[in-house]
Design a protein. Structure first.
Length: 374
């Protein structure tokens, strides 16, 4: 069995990261073959997968299979730092370059020089930093905050994300040029429920791991427990599996883990269980209905108790939902609604969704009304 684990995994009991990964399922084996092809190169790699699927493990494995395996591997969570600190953390700073910079500090890129830097949750990187990261990737040099000279670096970049970067690009939240720069080689890490052949090998590994930690002489999974593990949907992926095995060994009364020892929480309750709560909040619209039919039913409910300025209120909701769906990007909203950008902007100002004042655009209330209904 091909198994990879995080270093010092025993210290990561509160982490949401996966601490072990196997390649037993046919889909996982295919992924491993692809990794073996791209790892020896210096190509930038983008790993896509849900939280807890083992993205950092894959990044470390790529590093270990490369010529840089004896050089540093530096893992950085891009979502762990505030926008004001992330530049200093990545690229470093000079003494006195800003308040609190009491000494010179090298950034993570310099720390990884000669090796690999793993940029986890790259989708959380602010747009202002995406521009600077793109320059680093293009020029192969970093400039510390407050410095006048750039420092050449030789670093392989592996990035990872649990969000759809293509959608983020469309919404204007991620730079398209950076996306393609990172996506030289792409590794799609499937959720655990889609590689069921890995579930039992991982479960047995965690049984072996935790029985040693808990000083349990023997521990096994019963057939009923194995069946329960295989049929679970695993929304928390490998990390959830590890926690469930750990708990099962704590409560098991014998050396054999039974299905009842597996504390599996079902996130989605049945409609019958939620019926009373839903009836108290709102009338449930059957899911099987066409979206436009559901919209029609919702409008009929509104028409039963009409209020003043009814059309404007409905139009406000319509535009606001579209604007939020497009991550508050005006251009994408106008494309979605098939309206001109000026009309969308006018509606957003009229309904108070934009902070810009009407005076800034030289528009009167009558101008806004004329535009919004044009």
């Amino acid at each position: 069995m091909q198994l990879i684990t995080l270093p010092n995994a025993q210290k990561l009991s509160t982490s949401i990261r996966a601490t072990a990964l196997v390649f037993e399922d046919p889909k996982s084996r295919a992924l491993h073959q692809h990794i073996e092809l791209i790892a020896p190169s210096d190509a930038t790699v983008l790993i896509i997968g849900e939280t807890g699927t083992g993205k950092e493990l894959i990044a470390r494995h790529v590093h270990e299979l490369s010529a840089r395996k004896d050089k540093p591997f530096v893992a950085v969570n891009c979502g762990a730092f505030s926008e004001t600190l992330v530049e200093s953390e990545l690229f470093g700073h000079e003494k006195g370059s800003f308040t609190g910079a009491v000494s010179q500090k090298a950034g993570w890129f310099e720390a990884a020089n000669g090796g690999t830097i793993f940029l986890d949750e790259i989708g959380d990187l602010p747009l202002s930093m995406q521009v600077k990261l793109l320059r680093v990737l293009q020029e192969r040099e970093v400039t510390r905050i407050g410095a006048r000279h750039a420092i050449p670096i030789n670093v392989r970049v592996i990035a990872a994300t649990n969000v759809d970067l293509e959608e983020a690009v469309i919404a204007g939240n991620f730079r398209e040029d950076l996306y393609y720069r990172l996506r030289v080689a792409e590794l799609d890490l499937l959720p655990l429920c889609e590689r069921t052949g890995d579930i039992l090998p991982l479960a047995n590994y965690f049984v072996s791991l935790y029985k040693k930690r808990l000083n349990i002489a023997e521990a096994y999974l019963s057939p009923s427990a194995e069946q329960k593990l295989i049929t679970h949907s695993w929304p928390g992926n490998i990390r959830e599996l590890e926690n469930i095995i750990h708990h099962a060994l704590l409560v098991s009364k014998t050396g054999t883990i039974q299905a009842d020892d597996l504390h599996i929480v079902r996130r989605i309750k049945s409609p019958a269980a939620n019926a009373n709560v839903q009836e108290q909040r709102y009338a449930v619209i059957p899911e099987q209905k066409d979206p436009y039919e559901r919209l029609s039913l919702a409008l009929k409910d509104i028409f039963e108790d009409p209020s003043p300025l009814l059309y404007e209120k409905i139009d406000h909701v319509f535009v606001k939902v579209a604007y939020d769906y497009c991550h508050r990007n005006q251009l994408q909203t106008s494309r979605l609604l098939d309206l001109s950008r000026n009309i969308v902007r006018a509606k957003l100002i009229k309904y108070g969704e934009l902070k810009e004042g009407k005076q800034r655009f030289g528009l009167s209330q009558q101008d806004l009304s004329d535009l919004s209904v044009a």
